[in-house]
Design a protein around this ligand. Structure first.
Ligand code: PMP
Length: 303
């Protein structure tokens, strides 16, 4: 029999079937909240501190005060992971909502934020796509306008992305690229995007209206460490169609090759050598400890 995951709600562990929150929660009623998606490898969360920092930055941007410290949150994530010790590698979804309130928008009517930690397994794309690459399409639905809801905030508002995902599925693809309000390439529905052109990596800059992906950061660091040039810039569809290679990065997807966009083969139409090399190195890197996480976890006394 499959083991039921344990889910943490405000520090209390529940079986998955009993993990419930109020239907008055403003996360549900208004998408009023923030979240993180993390992964653990051999029971160690990859770039835990970076994820927790991004969560608190997202929360700050929406005036949501998380009632525990960053270190306490890191420990909560690890505690939840320990309670799910059957998962050697896991996907962790950390959600902080404004909490249960009245039916009105006013956040003052909410009681207290809800901190939810779900630890489970996830397979975003079947294995064959890591070997053969994805076909993607550009979506008609654009990414959130940065002056409406900045995509740098990882909020519970993913409806644009869901619509773009539906566009991809209707086109027979698994992923779609979203443009920004200016028609420039932003990112995919749950991943950042890179191309390779004449040996140089190019990726949309943060001010293209994207989430500052942690996998994106790690891949940039990895590539520069190998002596590759990485350019963060404005990109358009033409850059995608004429790229030598293309790949996506994200916590859930990790690093996945893209071989076709809007019916045009990218490069040779098979995953490129730089993409495959980075993919292999990334898969090795995720299993290495990171001093920043160790130091952060030891920075405050426990209890
Ligand atoms: N863009 C969007 C819209 C996402 O939802 C994600 C996944 N969190 C990413 C990019 C990739 O970010 P990360 O590498 O931090 O998972």
């Amino acid at each position: 029999m499959a083991i039921e995951p344990k889910i943490s709600i405000n520090g209390i562990l529940h079986d998955k079937s009993d993990a419930k929150i109020s239907v008055y929660d403003h996360g549900l009623l208004y998408g009023d909240g923030v979240f993180e998606g993390m992964r653990s490898y051999s029971r160690r969360v990859f770039r835990l501190k970076r994820h927790i920092d991004r969560l608190y930055e997202s929360a700050k941007a929406i005036w949501l005060e998380i009632p525990i410290s960053r270190v306490e949150m890191m420990r909560e994530v690890n505690r939840c992971l320990e309670a799910n010790s059957h998962l050697e590698d896991a996907y962790i979804r950390l959600i902080v909502t404004r909490g249960a309130g009245s039916l009105g928008l006013d956040p003052r009517k909410t009681t207290h934020p809800q901190i939810i930690i779900i630890t489970d397994s996830i397979t975003l794309y079947p294995d064959e796509f890591y070997r053969h690459g994805l076909s993607i399409v550009t979506a008609g639905t654009i990414r959130n306008h940065p002056q409406a809801l900045n995509p740098r905030i990882k909020s519970l508002n993913y409806l644009n992305n869901v619509l773009a995902k539906i566009e991809a599925i209707k086109a027979g693809c698994l992923e779609a690229v979203m443009m920004n309000h200016l028609g420039h390439v932003a990112e995919c529905t749950g991943d950042n995007l890179f191309i390779v052109r004449r040996g140089t990596l190019h990726t949309p800059s943060i001010d293209s209206g994207i989430l500052g992906g942690i996998t994106r950061e790690v891949v940039i660091e990895l590539a520069r460490g190998l002596g590759l040039d990485v350019v963060e810039r404005t990109m358009d569809r033409h850059d995608l169609y004429t790229a030598d290679e293309c790949f996506l990065t994200g916590t859930a997807a990790e690093l996945i090759p893209v071989v076709e966009c809007d019916g045009r083969a990218i490069g040779s139409g098979t995953p490129g050598p730089i993409t495959l090399d980075l993919l292999e190195r990334f898969q090795h890197l995720v299993r290495q400890p990171h001093p920043e996480d160790e130091d952060a976890l030891n920075s405050e006394p426990v209890g």
